[in-house]
Design a protein around this ligand. Sequence first.
Ligand code: GDP
Length: 313
Amino acid sequence: MFGTLSDRLTATFKNLRGKGRLSETDVNKAIRDIRLALLDADVALPVVKRFTSRVRERALGAEVSQALNPAQQVVKIVNEELISILGGETRQIRFAKQPPTVIMLAGLQGSGKTTFAGKLGRWLKDKGHTPLLVAADLQRPNAVTQLEVTGERAGVPVFAPERGNMGGHDAVLDSGEGTRSFGDPVAVSRAGVAEAQARQHDVVIIDTAGRLAVDTNLMQQAADIRAAVQPDEVLFVIDAMIGQAAVETAQAFHDGVAFTGVVLSKLDGDARGGAALSVTEITGEPIMFASIGEKVTDIEVFHPDRMASRILD
Ligand code: GDP
């Protein structure tokens, strides 16, 4: 992740360091190199423009021209602006004053929601919470089973609809083994929260359905679940490899479910990093977690300053 971007930024800075005093031409050339490096890393164009114009403005100002070490000052500015587009401060989960805290997950199919539900459950459990996972992805026959397997691996209980008990009619599917029928995801989500209240689970994590592309029915379903359970956090899970589609997808989910935070998944892959660097600037919502592998413990709290250092190391 970020390997090429990192290398190119490092080369740009090395070039600047060789110069001592920086002329406007030197700064402009460096900005052009940074701009191309970001675009090649799939960072969204409006984000690149805003980023480079802020860096240029500061780099041509007094803080650089009067600095003892101008190149170092430019590196510092790039670092600060990177932290800023990554959201600035680390954002923690906002727990409800009155438990249970309800956390809803949304995102495209395959983005890593179900995997992340298990990881978040385990992470919370390790911190002394008593989470409950709720299987509200009733679009795919396998999704409920997958969450049950994930929950078992994570050591976190799963609330799932059993045959007949949800009385659904709009998404009735059968797994083929005749063991389960599927009901209404809104009813399942509500029932999951009620179950958590009854059994003293202090956090509820609701896994919702995803589609391969943004879809109005899916978005309406997620919006209905949101309206029904009034979650404390809605986390939008996005595959870091999504590239330029990050902007459109993030905007559609932000409009559709008003997510409150972002989870970047598959950050362990060799993605070019564009999604990571675009989504907060585009939606105004912070990246809260990174998912960094297929194991249940492959989860990290996202720290904008550490990520910026990783990019600029
Ligand atoms: P969902 O459809 O959004 O629920 O996505 P899944 O949780 O089923 O994940 C889709 C695929 O991505 C699965 O094969 C997961 O094992 C894989 N996956 C999920 N998160 C990560 C991650 O952080 N890193 C890697 N390498 N793979 C992941």
